[in-house]
Design a protein around this ligand. Sequence first.
Ligand SMILES: Nc1nc2c(ncn2[C@@H]2O[C@H](COP(=O)(O)OP(=O)(O)OP(=O)(O)O)[C@@H](O)[C@H]2O)c(=O)[nH]1
Ligand SMILES: [Mg+2]
Length: 519
Amino acid sequence: MPSRAPPDRDPLDAVLRPPLDETPEEKAFRVAQEEEARRISQEIDENIRQDKLARKKMKVVRLLLLGQSESGKSTTLRQFQRLYTPSAFREERCLWHSIIQLNLVRSIHTILDALADVRPHELPFSPPSPSLAPSLSFGSYTQPPSPPRPFHAHAHSMRSTLYSDSDAETDSTDAPTLPAHLTALRQRLACLQAVEELLISRIVPPSEDAPYLHQAYPAAPFATASASTARMHAGATGEVFVRPSAGWKRALRPGASARYNVNTAGEETTVEVQSVLAQCRVDMMTLWKDSTVKSVLKKRKIRLEESPGFFLDELERVASLKYTPSDDDVLKARLKTVGVSEYRFEMEAGTETGTQWRIIDVGGSRSQGQTWVPFFDDVDAIIFLAPISGFDQTLAEDKSVNRLEDSVLLWKAVCANKLLARVDLVLFLNKCDILAVKLASGVRLAKYVKSFGERANDSETAEKYFRSKFNAIHREYSPIPRKFYGFCTSVTDTTTTGGIIASVRDMVVREHLKASKLL
Ligand SMILES: Nc1nc2c(ncn2[C@@H]2O[C@H](COP(=O)(O)OP(=O)(O)OP(=O)(O)O)[C@@H](O)[C@H]2O)c(=O)[nH]1
Ligand SMILES: [Mg+2]
């Protein structure tokens, strides 16, 4: 092993060492300069300390939201906004209209995409409906159906797995086929491709220049110049995302078209899109209710009901001409966060009147992890969201990682982090509503979480189990003992979340006051 360089060969030392021929005047000058530099440095340190002190005295509470992507951080932030700045929240509801339209159109495209290469074995084993064209039917309708092949496709890699699964066996009986009524629906709904592009061009300001991932749908007459140059920020999953700093809300405000160099004003686009959605409403409803579609989705393990931004069960309302988003719709809408957004507000009532809150919402996907650390310093509390319904899912950005496992690892890391040793950690075991539906539908938790064992496969038992597991990690990994605050949540639910957020607020304020008295 190479030995350490002796001190007189240290390159830094060589540079900083006073010159050998330094005169007394030069020395006095250098010493004075060094003294001045020290004084300035101490002054900066003192300013930072005073700043922190003043902030504590001014009653500024900083809350950081952490958790993997799709865990519900931005939704929790919206709940705070809805509860504590309701008028601003209501004012912004109209800006979410375009996001909800986009969520809806993308769900329809997920279905159309699945239908684009449907195989006979994915169709339901029932006699053909009268609307089926004879040329599109195949042998198994008249003969007893062959048993379904094992299907290994995962929800998020369904297309590639499907191809690899079927390629080996592709023959004339397994050629792509689609009942005629669905072919007709696909053709009629093709106009939604242009709608999607138009919406993306509105939501993502032109400065956001990541490539737009085109899907294989024919261009429709509805396409406009802005649609053809539509761009979006999309990750490996093809999900639209915007940076909070890019000001998508500003871009969607009425009259923003000139500033953002797009050829349709926000309100006009929304109205125009809404009228196309209203025209397609019956077709979209027929598509979503269709038994063949249900069969294909089921076989490909595409569970749209659990996916973010799901509005297909409310098509009648959301695709009507008079639709305006409700509070619940805004909470259900999905727009991925990349980067960091800070939301500031002041408590308007109660004993904490005048307390300023700063809630920091960060992007949760794996590549965003490094953006979290700078916010660890000086944060009063962290709400960590672990979506426990994801026990049978993998991460959108990495199909080899189980979502629950990822949440557990993140939770361990946050609990063990020395910078956060004195920070209160609040755990939201989130998406309990989806967990309940999933378990009730027969998915067995013990199949994915072996240690769950023979316990009852219901949401109450599962929540209790997860709570104790996360609590144990908190106890074991916290550098110094601290209290555990754990809640089972469904943050899209306004009724239950209001009470939980109020308890968190009280706890954070109490601890904040304690800390400021210690200063
Ligand atoms: N059903 C249900 N949906 C939820 C719940 N929490 C969040 N969602 C939905 O899940 C989606 C993702 O939530 P977000 O708040 O955007 O997730 P995020 O943690 O901010 O994700 P990133 O921005 O990617 O880091 C949204 O469509 C939410 O409406 C929940 O408890 N139940
Ligand atoms: Mg977010």
